[in-house]
Design a protein around this ligand. Structure first.
Ligand SMILES: Nc1ncnc2c1ncn2[C@@H]1O[C@H](COP(=O)(O)OP(=O)(O)OP(=O)(O)O)[C@@H](O)[C@H]1O
Ligand SMILES: [Mg+2]
Length: 265
């Protein structure tokens, strides 16, 4: 029986060995990433269709977006235009209906659920509008959590590192409080420290200042600017036009499409 199958196996083998080509064209740069992408983040013809009781809804209609290392990109646009859907593609929180997403050496759209969680934990720091700290853990425990999940740093180093990150965002004095005992702006500082826990190259933030007064929002924005100067790459959704003027590139999304891009630096 096995020998009868052998010719079939050998006929199939060459086809199995041939890796599928990712790009029709050769990479356009001298040092492409593993999959031929030249930019740190590349979205190629990304489509997202939601199945709703009212029918199919095209939230993203063929997005092409490239982000390079050390860029600070703002995603702007009206409510419902597709901003969160777009950045959820970069973090792998949501999956595309069609298209390709490359982040560094990873083809994000091909990761399994399990691979995705570990990959995200190591490579992308995610920050949300409502902070999403775990309410029963102290602030320092919240910052240690991603390190515990991904095992990125030895156990004995995690507390010290979390304290250093809290120091970096000006929250070390509050380390042993619960989230409910500090203000919204302070919780967001802790969420930023948590996003930095595994030292990811990329920070993705969805309306990180949306729930803060303008003075606190400015302070959080200054912190982001400092992180970019220190070498991080940031993609941030914002409704705040003043903040959007202070980034290196502003990308306007309307009706699931990129309508405009303005480079400022
Ligand atoms: N899970 C879902 N199922 C069905 N439709 C969805 C789903 N998530 C988002 N949508 C729809 O997709 C469109 C884009 O949503 P998205 O959340 O990306 O908008 P947004 O630009 O982030 O808006 P906001 O500024 O209000 O946060 C909206 O019309 C929304 O209703
Ligand atoms: Mg949104």
């Amino acid at each position: 029986m096995i020998s009868a199958l052998r010719p079939l196996f050998f006929r199939a083998a060459p086809a199995l060995r041939a890796a599928p080509r990712v790009y029709a064209a050769e990479p356009q740069c001298a040092n492409p990433y593993t999959h031929g992408n030249c930019h740190l983040i590349e979205l190629r013809n990304v489509v997202k269709v939601y199945e709703t009781p009212a029918g199919r809804y095209h939230a993203l209609k063929g997005i092409n977006l490239c982000v390079d290392t050390h860029e600070f990109v703002a995603i702007i646009g009206k409510s419902g235009s597709g901003k969160s859907t777009l950045i959820n593609m970069i973090t792998g929180i949501d999956r595309p209906t069609a298209g390709e997403i490359y982040v560094g050496d990873t083809a994000v759209h091909r990761l399994s659920e399990g691979e995705m969680a570990v990959w995200r934990g190591k490579h992308v720091g995610v920050i949300f509008q409502f902070f999403q700290l775990l309410p029963t853990l102290t602030l320092v425990e919240n910052v240690m959590l991603p390190m515990d999940f991904c095992n990125t740093f030895p156990r004995r180093e995690r507390y010290e590192r979390a304290m250093q990150l809290l120091e970096h965002v000006g929250m070390a004095d509050h380390a042993h409080k619960l989230p409910s005992a500090v203000s919204g702006g302070q919780q967001q500082r802790v969420a930023i420290a948590r996003a930095l826990a595994n030292d990811p190259p990329i920070i993705v933030a969805d309306e990180p200042t949306g729930n803060l007064d303008s003075k606190t929002a400015n302070a959080i924005f200054d912190l982001f600017t400092r992180l970019v100067e220190e070498g991080k790459t940031i993609v941030m959704v914002t409704h705040d036009q003043d903040l959007a003027r202070r980034v290196t590139r502003a990308v306007t999304v309307a009706d699931g499409e990129i309508k405009d891009e303005v480079r400022r630096a």
